[in-house]
Design a protein around this ligand. Structure first.
Ligand code: SF4
Length: 383
């Protein structure tokens, strides 16, 4: 989808420009502040009412900004500054073990940095990494035999040829059991989940991830590395369920076919078909609106552009998308500009426009976005 030059609304004869209500000014989400943050003024405010000064400061937006700054600092401290800022779109031949065997269209949206709908799963990432580092690693250390050790992760980088197509697989494992020379003998893959109740076998994409690591390490070392453990931890009870996984050639071949197909779609710039690998995949998909699997009139939209009139992008996903597309002149849609007016100065906003008469209206006009009336109107939106 090309970036819309403007966001359109319904029949312009019903909603002429005289109905446009301009916002008096851009507001911010920091209620209670008087706008003067000079040190003297802040000190005076604190002195007058210390508890209110703290209370006024605390907000979700402020917390998220603080958390993001902290992550940036931590990544730099860890020598992983490449995690800061948006990642570039993936080359068609590059694959990541954690993204195998999922819907090809979803993979394509994620790989090409299409804007994510809904909320960002930061909390799940944090819990997953804490569970692994603070609980599972010490536990593994306590149970490995004396001659073996636990290593946080191993880097893999391998190339696989399938007929005419060559694919590259890169990533890092979860904790591995290694010898005193740091040679791997056994791998683990740690996952957290809401409940272990109905988990009777490992999930296929998790098996695929572990297979990718086993394949790469088995190829790298001159002894077989064919076994691993998939450990699921309940985020509610902290119970675990463990599955032993042995490398399976037939299953691995299916994974290679998946990577090859994904690469082929991307090499020709084609949006893959909507074909979820698992029944429930669409309901949790971060691209279900642009894909056409939600109750909104969009379908098979390409990788670029925020969906007009849709307000289901959370702030973090939105900023990530805008940051990743600064070269492509990405801007907020008017709907999103109304939801996040403080972002307009930095990223800009498209105007509203009418599909019938090509009139445009400043994004500050209120009320226009709600006046569309279904698929017939939205089919006229720029794609
Ligand atoms: S909504 Fe379903 S079919 Fe569409 S990209 Fe997501 S997982 Fe695939």
């Amino acid at each position: 989808m090309e970036n819309p030059k403007s966001q359109r609304f319904g029949n312009s004869t019903l909603f002429p420009i005289g109905h446009c209500v301009l916002l008096p000014s851009v507001t911010t989400n920091n209620p209670g502040q008087d706008g003067d943050d000079s040190p003297d003024h802040v000190a005076a405010r604190i002195e007058q009412n210390p508890s209110q000064a703290v209370g006024d400061r605390i907000s979700n937006q402020d917390f998220n900004a603080w958390y993001e700054d902290r992550q940036i600092e931590q990544n730099i401290l860890d020598g992983k500054s490449y995690f800061n800022g948006p990642s570039p779109p993936k080359d068609p031949d590059r694959h990541t073990p954690s993204k195998l065997l999922q819907c090809h269209r979803k993979a394509s949206y994620a790989r090409q940095n299409a804007p994510r709908e809904g909320t960002s799963p930061e909390g799940l990432f944090w819990i997953g990494s804490e569970f692994e580092e603070q609980i599972i690693v010490p536990y593994l250390q306590s149970i490995v035999p004396d001659e073996l050790y636990v290593q946080n992760s191993l880097w893999i980088d391998t190339t696989i040829s399938n007929d005419e197509v060559e694919v590259h697989l890169r990533g890092s494992t979860d904790p591995a059991i290694v010898t005193s020379d740091a040679d791997p003998v056994y791998l683990t893959e740690i996952k957290t989940t809401t409940s272990l109740d109905h988990l009777t076998e490992p999930k296929e994409h998790h098996r695929a991830q572990l297979h990718a690591y086993l394949y790469a390490l088995d190829k790298e070392y001159d002894y077989p590395i064919t076994n691993g453990l998939l450990v699921y931890g309940s985020r509610k009870t902290l119970d675990i369920k463990v599955f032993h996984v042995t490398f399976d050639e037939v299953f691995w071949h299916r994974i290679i076919e998946w990577m090859t197909t994904q690469t082929e779609y991307e090499e020709v710039g084609e949006l893959p078909p909507a074909d979820p690998e698992r029944e429930w995949e669409c309901s949790y998909c971060s691209y279900k609106h642009r894909c056409g699997e939600a109750d909104t009139p969009y379908s098979a939209i390409g990788h670029d552009g925020l969906l007009p009139l849709l307000d289901e992008y959370d702030r973090q996903n939105l900023v990530e998308y805008l940051e990743a597309h600064t070269d492509a002149d990405a801007k907020l849609t008017p709907t999103l500009a109304h939801a996040h007016p403080d972002l307009v100065e930095e990223y800009g906003a498209f105007d509203w426009s009418c599909p019938r008469c090509d009139n445009t209206y400043a994004w500050e006009c209120r009320g226009l976005g709600r006046r569309y009336d279904g698929p017939a109107r939205l089919s006229e939106l720029p794609r």
